[in-house]
Design a protein around this ligand. Structure first.
Ligand SMILES: Nc1ncnc2c1ncn2[C@@H]1O[C@H](COP(=O)(O)OP(=O)(O)OP(=O)(O)O)[C@@H](O)[C@H]1O
Ligand SMILES: [Mg+2]
Length: 160
């Protein structure tokens, strides 16, 4: 069954370490070909979350791609790609070739995805909201089969 975008899983993180742990859990569940869109204001923890993902997959520490725009990390199963579109104009992601990364051999995480006009159909969406200095409210939703499967596994692994 395909998960609809209406199904939402909420997670409350009380601090950076908890966000890292959530990212590490997701890191163990990823499948090649998945795209993860990360929304939320500056400093809400999008990069921290991806750092957790990278902790369990790559020897290199995930750093913010806000200046490089795209960072790549080799893992055993796929190329982990982390993009930050903040510095682009709305819809200006066309030249980055993100669509090519959204293929079978990669898992793509995108911060500020509103700049991307043509995201894939099958996506896991994560929206993070700050609630005080260290509290963060995560909202996960999935569209498509691949993202839906990962969504359910994450929810089962960490949720109620
Ligand atoms: N619960 C939490 N989860 C994640 N980060 C937290 C949390 N509480 C506090 N922080 C702090 O919030 C900041 C998050 O920074 P991060 O670079 O991950 O944000 P970002 O959403 O990627 O921002 P940007 O849009 O600028 O790239 C860090 O300084 C981190 O220590
Ligand atoms: Mg960031």
């Amino acid at each position: 069954m395909t998960e609809t975008a209406e199904a939402v899983w909420r997670f409350r993180s009380s601090g950076e370490e908890e966000t890292l742990r959530l990212g590490r859990t997701l890191g163990t569940l990823l499948v090649p070909g998945l795209t993860v869109l990360l929304s939320g204001e500056l400093g809400t923890g999008k990069t921290v979350f991806v750092r957790g993902v990278g902790d369990v997959l790559s020897a290199a520490r995930v750093r913010s791609p806000s200046f490089t725009l795209v960072n790549e990390y080799r893992t055993e199963k796929f190329l982990l790609v982390h993009a930050d579109l903040y510095r682009l104009e709305p819809g200006g992601a066309g030249e980055l070739g993100l669509e090519e990364y959204a293929g079978e051999d990669c898992v793509l995480f995108v911060e500020w995805p509103d700049r991307w006009k043509t995201p894939p159909e099958d996506v896991l969406s994560v929206s993070i909201e700050a609630a005080g200095e260290t509290e963060r409210l995560f909202e996960f939703s999935a569209r498509g089969e691949k993202a839906g499967a990962v969504f359910r596994r994450l929810k089962n692994a960490r949720g109620a």
